[in-house]
Design a binder for this molecule. Structure first.
Ligand code: PLP
Length: 424
């Protein structure tokens, strides 16, 4: 079909009539379809059940003799560090293991900088203003941390190869109240893009005015490929070292979407100097995290090959779901010039842009027909999408039949809202 912009008033009215029939037919079904959060589906979780069958006697002694059932080992078992070092392509001396959530590690890192500063700097809470750069659309929970702690957020446009680096370079070099930048560099949430080598190099070579500026590199989706030709992400720690910025980055990751969300293990990678700084307060926070779970993950996955093999099984479930979403989007919206979306090679999301000023209306219409979408605007700081156009689709959780219906309703809603817009 032609672009909506080329349709006559009559053609648009006909289109609206047809769409309303389809829409009302769905509405009568009183569906309840949830497309909000990027959670694994239950088949993915089933794939990891055996991790819980490992006999307790095999989980008791770590390689160095540590009794995992007792207190101790502040920052993780050596074998857990090795597993993450391989996954993140860093040295094991550059890894600390946390609890069950990388978001928790990120929150702690920001809260610690607020209350104690970083490597001897003034605690951020004592400064008049603290700002973070927020490439957007981005992960709502990153923005929520800033909002809670009173950190001002500056929206940075996301391009197809990563954040708009001209703006990032200019801002960080001029303003010493800019203390951080959020990045989801691989299969980003929600765009599903991977930063190009050039963007990684430019981030690593930043010359921030604030000496305690940190890049919060949330590599949540580093092994979450959907394709046999995975995206490659340049190693940020190595690139930072090459630029003499060894301390500028904190890397985060977890096994939440490898084993179990809420019962996986999380890790942080950074320079040895950064990690030593963190250990000083970590030792007051905890005597140590769950070593039994650390050993369970090491015994089960063994190494990166083990993780990759497991993630291939996840992909065999997720790829068809992403394909279905793409097919329906293409069939319903292709050629109409009313929406654009990404076709990611991995991760958990598809990000779609409607025409400007339509996303909230699409969300409302979809909801009235029984489809709950992630709140329009949630992918931007303060929940405010300046163009009101971005919607995050999370295809992983619903069963295929539900997913098909939900995306169809979503597309009909986009078409209705857009056609009406052209009639205005
Ligand atoms: N980071 C990103 C980009 C995410 O999308 C998510 C979950 O959706 C998380 C972190 C949460 O990670 P964790 O379960 O390790 O706290």
């Amino acid at each position: 079909m032609n672009s909506y912009s080329k349709l006559s008033k009559n053609e648009l009215q006909n289109e609206i009539e047809k769409l309303e029939k389809r829409y009302n037919a769905f509405k009568e079904q009183k569906l309840k379809l949830d497309m909000t959060r990027g959670k694994p589906c239950s088949e993915q979780l089933d794939m990891c059940m055996e991790i819980l069958d490992i006999p307790s006697r095999e989980l008791r002694k770590a390689a160095d003799g540590t009794d995992t059932f007792n207190y101790g080992v502040l920052d993780g078992l050596p074998e857990a560090k090795e597993l993450f070092a391989e996954m993140l392509d860093v040295d094991k001396s550059e890894v600390i293991i946390g609890g069950n959530s990388s978001l928790n590690l990120m929150y702690d890192a920001v809260a610690r900088a607020m209350s104690l500063g970083i490597l001897g700097s003034t605690p951020w809470s004592k400064l008049d203003r603290v700002k973070f750069l927020c490439p957007s659309p981005g992960y709502d929970r990153h923005f929520a941390i800033c909002e809670l702690l009173g950190i001002e957020m500056i929206t940075i446009d996301m391009r197809q190869d990563g954040p708009d680096m001209d703006t990032v370079e200019k801002l960080v070099s001029e303003d010493d109240s800019i203390k951080g930048m959020w990045c989801v560099p691989k299969y980003s949430n929600p765009d599903g893009i991977t930063y190009s080598d050039r963007v990684v190099d430019r981030i690593a070579a930043l010359r921030p005015k604030a000496k305690d500026f940190r890049v919060f590199w949330d590599n949540a989706y580093c092994v979450h490929h959907l394709s046999d030709k995975p995206d490659e992400l340049k190693n940020i720690l190595t690139a930072c070292k090459a630029s003499g910025n060894d301390n500028m980055v904190y890397v985060f990751s977890s096994t939440s979407k490898i084993s179990f969300p809420g019962a996986g293990i999380a890790a942080m990678a950074a320079s040895v100097e950064n990690l030593n700084g963190i250990r000083k307060s970590m030792t007051i926070q905890t005597i140590g995290h769950d070593k039994i779970n650390q050993l369970r993950h090491v015994r089960y996955f063994k190494n990166l090959d083990g993780i990759n093999l497991h993630m291939k099984k996840h992909a065999s479930i997720l790829k068809p779901k992403f394909d279905i979403v793409n097919e329906i989007l293409e069939k319903e919206l292709g050629g109409k010039e009313i929406a654009s979306w990404n076709k990611p090679n991995g991760g958990y999301f598809i990000s779609l842009n409607t025409l400007n000023n339509c996303a909230k209306e699409v969300e409302k219409l979809s909801l009235e027909a029984g489809v709950v979408l992630t709140k329009a605007g949630a992918t931007y700081p303060y929940g405010k999408d300046p163009k009101d156009r971005n919607i995050r689709i999370a295809p992983t959780l619903p069963p295929v039949e539900e997913l098909k219906k939900a995306i169809e309703i979503f597309c009909i809603s986009i078409r209705l809202v857009s056609a009406k817009k052209f009639l205005e």
